[in-house]
Design a binder for this molecule. Structure first.
Ligand SMILES: [Mg+2]
Length: 504
């Protein structure tokens, strides 16, 4: 028996093997949580809003706020004065939670412990925060809390904070309970979406609100050319979907007459997450959006409304784990599809391009933070060592008549040395922690002056970051990032490292 290896071993220095390769733009990379072999993906589905259609966030926030304020005044009897509330657009990020009882807005870590917390635009003192929320993890399913988790719903946090700040900042009591204020804001925003007043403004001027990505049509074409079926599954209604998709795809590539030709199946008003959970039927629509009747098959070139994942799989004959669904809503698109189907998931996170650019700009500072953290841990060990040593030396010295003169002098000298060392280490530790705190909060403020980094809270992942890690197989900033990868790409996740596996 030969004990020669079954493979040709590689040279010890693996760096020799790959020559200089062109670095990919880091803001356009696809990141992998769980291995995904695109060669085995036969069908790729897309959400529309914030997925195929990236919105200009600032314009959308402004429109949404303007319509919500108008509805608060017209329908809920709010005073004109709410127009005067100062609204800070930096106070908007995904993954915040609202406490309807106190009016506070907070960010959680992945263990659902409350981190940064604001009342109006004022930071809540750590003692108050601990009194209110310390100990048990926050239950987001409780009616007390509301999770701000879609880019459509960001303005509600801004409005809540801005209105609280406007009243309480001038020493007055808010004329509504916090709960009522928040519920009124949310209802008004929902209504602006539901009654189509927002959509009417957007469809009348699509380029103001939606970003037409020239790389999107070739991305879809590349998937189709590789033999994959492509479908659209959106919660938007037909008239809005048609207007947005025309703007994104029509006239872009000569061999696609209409945006509809890019897709094998088109499903509008999909009612996700209900699509993944319930058994709503597929209804066929005509091109004017009128219902023709319940569908028993799904065909290319036709338009469907509603539906559910089981019927979709049955009618199209797809193997569930050969479907990749690309969406932007962590709950409706990703968590629900993961929990109720075998579909693989790609999450589009529009904020990633800014996050990655800032991470790159501040990488020196971030490395310094890592080094300081390592240093703080080592200094803690040293301090504990000297404390223990001093204690045991103290016991020797205290034995009455137990030590000779020379012995006690040796022990005394050892105590002195240890005390000096202890002082030095304590001083170093204090300076390390001061610099660490200062540097971390300086870097955090660069990302967002109120909330810091989207994916982190304190030393942990933020709740949003944790959910991205748990439920999205891959994640990236925009759909067209798939264009620079092969349609049979094997996306490999970095090896997961536990704390005990680090540092050897
Ligand atoms: Mg969406």
């Amino acid at each position: 028996m030969s004990d020669a290896p079954k493979y040709q071993p590689l040279p010890p220095d693996l760096g020799e093997i790959y020559g200089p390769s062109a670095p990919r733009d880091p803001t356009r990379q696809i990141f992998v949580n769980r291995n995904l072999n695109m060669a085995r993906i036969e069908t790729v589905g897309f959400d529309m809003d914030y997925t195929l259609a990236p919105y200009h966030q600032h314009a959308m926030d402004a429109l949404s706020i303007q319509m919500t304020v108008a509805k608060l005044i017209a329908n809920k009897g709010y005073p004109q004065e709410i127009h005067e509330a100062r609204l800070d657009h930096a106070f908007i990020i995904r993954g915040l939670a609202v406490d309807k009882e106190t009016g506070n807005i907070f960010k959680m870590d992945t263990h659902r412990q409350v981190g940064r917390c604001y009342h109006g635009y004022q930071a809540v003192a750590p003692e108050t925060r601990r009194e209110l929320y310390a100990g048990t993890p926050i239950k987001l399913s409780s009616p007390r809390f509301a999770w701000v988790d879609t880019l459509f719903s960001l303005p509600e946090a801004t409005l809540l904070a801005g209105i609280i700040e406007h009243w309480e900042g001038s020493g007055r009591t808010l004329p509504w309970s916090y709960r009522q204020l928040f519920d009124d804001i949310r209802e008004s925003i929902d209504e602006a979406h539901r009654d189509n007043s927002m959509k009417a403004v957007i469809t009348a001027n699509v380029p103001t609100y939606i970003d037409r990505d020239p790389d999107l049509p070739p991305t879809l074409h590349k998937l189709r050319s590789a033999g994959k079926r492509v479908f659209l599954l959106t919660n938007s209604e037909w008239f809005y979907t048609d207007a947005v998709m025309r703007y994104l795809l029509d006239g872009a590539l000569p061999f696609y007459k209409s945006w509809r030709n890019y897709f094998d199946y088109i499903v509008v008003s999909g009612r996700k997450p209900s699509f993944f959970i319930d058994t709503n039927p597929f209804i066929e629509l005509d091109v004017n959006g009128n219902a023709i009747g319940e569908a028993t098959t799904l065909e290319r070139g036709k338009i469907y409304e509603g539906g559910n994942v089981r019927d979709f799989e049955r009618m199209t004959g797809v193997a569930p784990d050969s479907v990749l669904y690309v969406g932007d809503h962590i709950y409706g698109d990703i968590v629900r599809s993961k929990k109720h189907s075998a579909w693989r998931t790609a999450l589009i996170i529009q904020e990633m391009e800014d996050t990655l650019r800032l991470t790159h700009e501040h990488r020196e500072g971030m490395r310094r933070v890592d080094a300081l953290e390592e240093m703080a841990i080592r200094l803690d060990h040293d301090i504990n060592y000297h404390l223990t040593l001093l204690k045991s030396l103290g016991r020797w010295a205290d034995i009455p008549g137990g030590l000779t003169g020379p012995e006690s002098r040796v022990i005394e000298a050892a105590r002195e040395r240890s005390k000096t060392e202890l002082d030095v280490k304590r001083d170093l530790s204090r300076r390390t922690l001061d610099e660490l705190e200062e540097l971390e909060s300086r870097i955090d403020r660069m990302f967002n002056p109120y909330w810091g980094r989207l994916f982190r809270e304190g030393n942990e992942r933020s709740l949003f970051g944790g959910q991205v890690g748990d439920y999205a197989d891959v994640y990236t900033s925009r759909v067209s990032n798939f264009l620079s990868y092969s349609p049979v790409q094997y996306y490999r996740s970095p090896r997961e490292v536990m704390p005990h596996e680090r540092g050897y």
